[in-house]
Ligand binder design. Structure first.
Ligand SMILES: Nc1ncnc2c1ncn2[C@@H]1O[C@H](COP(=O)(O)OP(=O)(O)O)[C@@H](O)[C@H]1O
Ligand SMILES: CC(C)(COP(=O)(O)O)[C@@H](O)C(=O)NCCC(=O)O
Ligand SMILES: [K+]
Length: 244
């Protein structure tokens, strides 16, 4: 049994895996890390390994208190990944994006793949059928759009996500919901259309905290898999063990 931990910029997601099956999922804040892991391990005492990837402000040291009960693996760029990294700055590529790309390659062999992770930021990652990681895009996520409009203006309120009533927002709040949500949806559909012009065939994986909200609003039909990063962590770890 392995415990996978994904430290994002907004929150931490974790899951216990038995083979390929996620037995239970957990979501918590950075400050709760130690306490939550203790609770998870009490509930799943058969966990033997912990595999973590972090793009947030949590480093390997945070997990070392559990070293005497679990084998800890904190993924880094030095690990084995099942693709050729063609990013011009491979060392600055987010470890979460590397794990997503690894999961896409391992779950969908010999296909062009586009991974869209709608988290704090939206990340787009393209891995071609020859397993070359080509790159993609980074843009502000849904909540970040609401927060940055509030933080960088004098008059815009801080709103929480709401589906807009119409494209033509008839009030400040409706205009903001229209701008954030419709802008978000148009951006993603626009990126997908652009990739289609370049690659006739590819599969799309949509994940992240806003994936489900998004999936039903896109012109392109895509199924959301909110668990894709955690699944990919488990598979990347297995790949590392097999290739060590
Ligand atoms: N309880 C929640 N707390 C924070 N964000 C949430 C919550 N539920 C849904 N979200 C949405 O999830 C997005 C963050 O996604 P997530 O995948 O958790 O980010 P990250 O992996 O970067 O930490 C935000 O844009 C927000 O709209
Ligand atoms: C782009 C990100 C901030 C996304 O983080 P997230 O939204 O998953 O919290 C993260 O992948 C990151 O810090 N990347 C480093 C830059 C890069 O990937 O090129
Ligand atoms: K992301």
């Amino acid at each position: 049994m392995i415990l996978t931990v994904d430290v994002g910029n907004t929150r931490i997601k974790a899951a216990v895996f038995e083979g390929d099956t996620a037995l239970e999922n957990f979501v918590f804040e950075k400050k709760e890390l130690e306490k939550k892991i203790e609770i998870i391990l009490k509930k799943f005492p058969d966990c033997t390994d912990l595999v973590a990837a972090s793009v947030g402000q949590i480093e390997k040291e945070a997990f070392l208190t559990f070293e005497n009960v679990l084998k800890i693996h904190f993924l880094t760029h030095e690990d084995a990944f099942p693709f050729a990294n063609k990013y011009a700055t491979p060392k600055t590529l987010g470890i979460d994006r590397m794990v997503l790309a690894a999961g896409a390659v391992l779950q969908f062999p010999q296909k062009n793949r586009l991974v869209i992770d709608a988290g704090t930021c939206i990340t787009y990652d393209f891995i071609d059928e020859n397993d070359n990681y080509l790159g993609g895009a980074i843009s502000p996520g849904l909540r970040l759009r609401y927060e940055s409009m509030h933080n960088f203006t004098a008059r815009l309120p801080l709103l929480t996500l709401e589906a807009p009533v119409s494209y033509i927002g008839n009030s400040t709040t409706q205009a903001m919901h229209s701008g954030v949500v419709n802008g978000f949806v148009y951006e993603i559909d626009g990126f997908i259309d652009e990739y289609r012009r370049q690659f006739s065939n590819f599969i799309i994986i949509l994940t992240g905290g806003d994936a489900e909200f998004l999936a039903k609003r896109l012109k392109n039909t895509i199924f959301a898999n909110s668990n894709f990063l955690l699944e990919s962590l488990s598979q990347t770890y297995q790949y590392k063990i097999d290739n060590d």
